[in-house]
Design a protein around this ligand. Structure first.
Ligand SMILES: [Zn+2]
Length: 291
């Protein structure tokens, strides 16, 4: 399936990523409704990674415009108090908001989205939290397909037809799941395995160099471009999208750094960027930086 993705992401200000075919919104920063206009009505599920203000402030307007029986369904890390506080305020503020579903989730929660797709939440370490406490999540999108079990693959059509009758087709199939997209949310680079095998990886790269930006919440951990590209060179990913750059970087700086690091780490896969301050429409059809 080709995914049409509309996205905006600038560290500290706002991040949101909309997957049109599936009606999924990943994070809901300020400006998501005005950025998507009528398309925002297609949003069914909203997965918020963590309670930093640049990832959830768009929910006020989005819910006010779109709340209807059973939708939208919002999913958030279960140990963040900001979400129930926001829910209570919004419900008081505008009675229409009573329709919004607020669902606390945690590491390894799986949420079916459309037929044959589900989202799996995985813990990340952006916000310090003890084991078993969940304040920051990444999201993996899986597609499931029913395929013939290995032992039947070599058989000819006629034998198969007979076996279907004899055993029942459903008993000869197995479910195969493919990780078609992964969204890191805000996160430091740590366990490479979390992203391995994802066809499309959307990963944050807040900083181009090794200095820290004091304006961006110091206690919360972020990624540097060099570490992200080093990691990507060592795992299996088919396409990379970088987001959440600090607003102090210009497009040219970002591109130049990516090209240098592609050389350094011998990266061949296409890399696309969600540049600070820009709304990207049909992100995956955008020209890769390293094409
Ligand atoms: Zn952020």
């Amino acid at each position: 399936m080709n995914l049409t993705i509309t996205a905006y992401s600038t560290a500290l200000f706002s991040t949101w990523i909309f997957i049109e075919e599936l009606g999924i919104l990943l994070d809901a920063g300020d400006g998501v409704s005005s950025g998507l206009l009528q398309k925002s009505r297609k949003i069914k599920e909203i997965f918020v990674t963590h309670p930093d203000r640049d990832h959830l402030m768009g929910l006020f307007q989005l819910n006010a415009l779109n709340a209807r029986e059973g939708f939208p369904k919002i999913y958030y890390p279960k140990d963040c108090g900001s979400f129930p506080a926001m829910r209570d305020f919004q419900t008081k503020f505008d009675v229409q908001n009573k329709f919004v579903e607020w669902n606390p989730i945690q590491h390894l929660s799986e949420i079916p989205v459309r037929k044959d797709f589900f989202i799996q939440a995985i813990r990340n370490e952006h916000i310090n939290a003890p084991e078993g406490v969940f304040k920051s999540l990444s999201y993996k999108l899986f597609e499931t397909k029913q395929k013939l079990k290995l032992e039947y693959l070599e058989l000819d059509k006629k034998t198969l037809q007979n076996l279907f009758k004899e055993k029942g087709k459903e008993n000869m199939l197995e479910t195969v799941k493919t990780n078609i997209l992964t969204y890191s949310g805000d996160t430091p680079v740590d366990d490479y395995e979390k992203w391995n095998g994802s066809k499309i990886l959307i990963h944050e790269a807040t900083f181009l160099e090794n200095s820290d930006d004091s304006k961006i919440n110091k206690s919360n951990k972020h990624s540097k471009l060099d570490e992200v590209l080093k990691m990507v060179s060592e795992i299996e990913v088919e396409q990379l999208v970088l987001n959440h750059f600090s607003s102090r970087y210009y497009k040219e700086d970002i591109d130049k750094n990516i090209l240098e690091l592609c050389k350094k780490y011998k990266i061949q896969i296409p890399i696309r960027v969600i540049y600070p301050g820009e709304i990207h429409r049909d992100l995956l059809n955008q020209e890769p930086v390293n094409s």
